[in-house]
Design a protein around this ligand. Structure first.
Ligand code: SF4
Length: 327
């Protein structure tokens, strides 16, 4: 097992396939001109499979494909086929816009769960937030995935004054729609203009929901990344990812691989290990992976002090933009 110095076992790898996305959400892509990774710097399908297989031989049991938008990669099918051969649970995080082109292949490859990002239920606001007009297609694709028996989690990054007034609309949506809506506290990444005042905390979300609904907290597994809740009589449920107000680092089992083949041991880690160059130079990957994980900080990449997250100066954080990490 890949074990860090806090005795956390790491069996979950998130692989970003590309930093390209067909949407332009401001919290994900920096405002200033963003230079996409050059294609020769991206891991190729065979390289992705080789690096993934190394992690699997070290105990990884779950692989999640992320981006950018992973389905925007032209060779996505080849990557999927190669990874489907590994003995892992394979899942995908997507913006959902291109899902109709890939749903059957995903099911055939054994993918049973999808996380789909959707920050608003309003078509007009979707256009404003993403700077693209893909709301109707995305909604259609979410419902098609549900219909085909896929477990769908809908990721909503909640930002004060942007979409927090839609929290109750999302809850109402779960009355008849069997999805888990996951409210995510807004997090700081390079260039996303984060400030503590824009975070809507888990407690604030629950306080708002309780004005209209009676919810019940469900059991959270140690390694889970969200606190789950249900509302009696609703076909769906909701959960809250409280990374800012109450992080889940104690049970963290996650590692990340960026699209250019660099290993990050935490969403907020400063350090990276260039596994792709090592692979191309014929160097062994396992010692590098072990070394990387031993440098993992106890929480939040070691970059957050003890101050309240509201006081945090995001300019002091050293990290990539979200689109180049893979979320
Ligand atoms: S912030 Fe880092 S250590 Fe904490 S749960 Fe997320 S990835 Fe794991």
């Amino acid at each position: 097992m890949i074990t860090d110095s806090y005795n956390r076992k790491h069996d979950y790898l998130r692989i970003s396939l590309t930093d390209v996305c067909n949407l332009r959400c401001s919290y994900c892509m920096p405002d200033e001109h963003y230079a996409f990774m050059q294609s020769e710097k991206l891991m190729q399908p065979k390289e992705i499979a080789t690096i993934a297989a190394t992690f699997v031989s070290m105990g990884v049991k779950r692989i999640r494909l992320t981006g950018g938008e992973p389905l925007a990669r032209r060779d996505f099918q080849e990557i999927l086929q190669r990874l489907a051969d590994l003995p892992v649970t394979l899942t995908l995080t997507t913006n959902g816009t291109l899902l109709h082109r890939h749903l059957d292949q995903l099911i055939n490859a054994g993918v049973t769960g999808l996380n789909i990002s959707l920050d608003t239920l309003s078509q007009d606001k979707y256009r404003l937030l993403t700077r693209r007009d893909q709301f109707v297609q995305t909604m259609r694709n979410i419902l098609a995935a549900v219909e085909k028996g896929i477990t769908v989690k809908v990721n909503v990054v909640v930002m004060k004054g942007v979409n927090d007034e839609e929290i109750l609309d999302f809850i109402a949506w779960t009355k008849h729609t069997p999805v888990e809506v996951r409210f995510i506290e807004f997090m700081p990444f390079d260039g996303n203009g984060w400030s503590g005042g824009q975070v809507v905390s888990e407690q604030e979300i629950l306080d708002l929901i309780s004005t209209k609904y009676t919810y019940q907290a469900l059991h959270r597994a140690l390694q889970a990344t969200s606190n789950p809740y249900m509302i009696p009589g609703h076909a769906g449920s909701f959960a809250i990812i409280s990374t800012m107000s109450s992080p889940f680092c104690a049970g963290c089992n996650r590692m990340r691989l960026t699209a250019d083949g660099r290993m990050k041991n935490c969403l907020f880690s400063k350090g990276e290990t260039d596994l792709l160059s090592a692979l191309r130079e014929g160097r062994a990957l396992k010692p590098l992976i072990e070394q990387n994980i031993l440098s993992k900080a106890e929480k939040l990449g070691g970059q957050f002090g003890d101050e309240s997250f509201r006081e945090l100066d995001s300019d002091q954080l050293i990290n990539r933009s979200m689109i180049s990490i893979g979320g």
